[in-house]
Design a protein around this ligand. Structure first.
Ligand code: SF4
Length: 291
């Protein structure tokens, strides 16, 4: 791939099929798959009783300092696959009876993913599970391929976005991206089984010592997006040992959690989920290299 402009970094990088690209993400054009298996720990209307068929792609365009999945976000891991092999993975996961195919950190590989979906389109919903740092122009290429978007909305603060992810433009970029996702698939629609079939659910991870950032994210959602949009408020942050900033070296406090969750209710954002404060635990991170 020459002149890669898939994500908002717009490096114009060369990305050979395998090996190392020379862009910010350092990724080649073909994806490494770190894990492709049934996953039970997404939100209840995503994992349900049969699980979500998650495909964890290696690498990430955001590379947050506090990444909870740094084993896969910081390096190329797992087996390298082409579009035909990726289509086979979709088929195999679907045959396990999962509720959906859940593409985790797919951004650098959208061309291969759409090619794979042209080869084999599962009969279950396709989920795009992303950092939220997306170009609207790139998302338009996904229209018709994706049924459910699960974007993070990590930052309202440019300072925090710069400090932790080297992406000071994150908040405006993510808001525009989420608006495009809502345009494509709307607010969540559930089947009789309670499982989401279509729509957007926004995730926000509360960071220690960053309550104002979280309140700002909720303000942007309430002000700029439909009030009945689904929001999943996540309290599971735990330090992984890669943090450079001292404030990130602890879990969030009960007070921080209560302040953010109360504000979400106050704004009328009543659809979605709030993770219990006690949920901060590395057991949310799955084993990798399970293909
Ligand atoms: S996907 Fe990677 S190479 Fe392409 S623009 Fe984004 S960071 Fe740069």
């Amino acid at each position: 791939m020459d002149n890669c402009t898939l994500c908002p970094r717009m490096c114009g990088a060369e990305r050979p099929l395998t090996g190392k690209g020379n862009g910010f993400c350092g990724l080649p054009a073909l994806p490494g798959i770190c894990r492709a298996d049934k996953h039970m720990w997404e939100e209840p209307d995503i994992s349900g009783e049969k699980g979500s068929g998650t495909v964890f792609f290696s690498g990430c365009v955001l590379r947050c300092e506090f990444c909870q999945n740094s084993v896969i976000s910081r390096q190329s891991c797992g087996k390298t696959v082409d579009a035909q092999e990726l289509a086979e993975i979709f088929k195999r996961l679907e045959s396990k009876g999962v509720h959906n195919i859940n593409l985790v950190s797919p951004t650098p590989y959208y061309p291969v993913i759409t090619e794979a979906l042209d080869i084999y389109r599962p009969a279950i919903p396709i989920i795009c599970n992303t950092s939220g740092y997306e170009r609207v122009e790139t998302l338009k290429m996904l229209e018709g391929y994706i049924d459910i978007y699960l974007p993070d909305f990590k930052y309202s603060s440019a300072e925090a976005a710069k400090k932790y992810s080297a992406a000071p433009d994150y908040s405006d970029v993510a808001l525009a991206a989420i608006k495009e996702m809502v345009r494509q698939v709307g607010i969540p629609v559930h089947g009789d089984d309670g499982i989401m079939k279509k729509g957007v659910m926004i995730r926000h991870l509360i960071l220690p010592d960053n309550v104002e950032n979280s309140l700002g994210v909720l303000d942007m959602i309430a002000d700029e997006l439909p009030l009945d949009i689904y929001v999943s408020l996540m309290a599971q942050y735990f330090p992984t040992g890669n943090e450079k900033h001292s404030e990130l070296k602890r879990k969030i406090t009960k007070e921080e959690y209560d302040t953010v969750s109360s504000y979400m209710m106050l704004l009328g954002l009543e659809n979605g989920y709030m993770q219990e404060h006690e949920s901060a635990d590395s057991s949310y991170v799955p084993d990798w290299n399970m293909l």
